[in-house]
Design a protein around this ligand. Sequence first.
Ligand SMILES: *Cc1c(COP(=O)(O)O)cnc(C)c1O
Length: 233
Amino acid sequence: MNRTIKKNWLDTQKRIEKANPDGKEITVIAVTKTHSTETIEKALSLGLKEIGENKAQEFVEKYDLLESRKEEIHWHMIGHLQRNKVKYVVGKTKLIHSLDSMRLAKEIEKRGEIEDLSVDTLLQVNVAKEDAKYGIFLEDATSFLKNIESFQHLKIRGLMTMAPYYEDPEKTRECFKKLKNLFEELKKEEYNNVTMEYLSMGMTNDFEVAIEEGSNMVRLGRTLFGERPKLKK
Ligand SMILES: *Cc1c(COP(=O)(O)O)cnc(C)c1O
């Protein structure tokens, strides 16, 4: 298993390099949802220290199991976060990628105040306006950012999206282009609490296209750890 993950990581690195001929810095988030803490430890042993989980409960369980290694691990919450779970996550993550509503922003702000912490997030954008996906629409991003200018704890450090699923990853290109454009536009603006540093886009199916279109943070699960076990209903 360790060997397989190692080989997967080497293959993935080659593919990233090919999509990124200029050698820009790209952060790889190893998405370990459904996998055990042993898998996370294998990832750490390969130098993968940015670890992504998509469910608050599962994240907290793993966080507790790996508490002794918390200095080494940078945790990323990448999935939809319910407001009643915010308290379990704030203070434990390096970055919450899934800031997808003003109500959630307010809850994170409230929790940041209680814990006297600054909380780094990415604004999740539903570029393709899919019903099944979370996130605000492209055209609503500016007003969203203006609305958090008075906050004291919540920080937005960039943008995140999940492209629609297509068999042919080439079809995701338009979506990534649109988010990159917004990212560059917002970079020129100056809003309180907002910096445009991270553009989190690209998963196993489409990370090469995302990188070609300017992503600097990819969230990779299956290409590193193989297919996830199917959840029993
Ligand atoms: C699961 C997940 C990923 C990784 O997906 P893969 O297809 O396994 O690479 C990335 N982002 C989010 C938000 C996810 O939930």
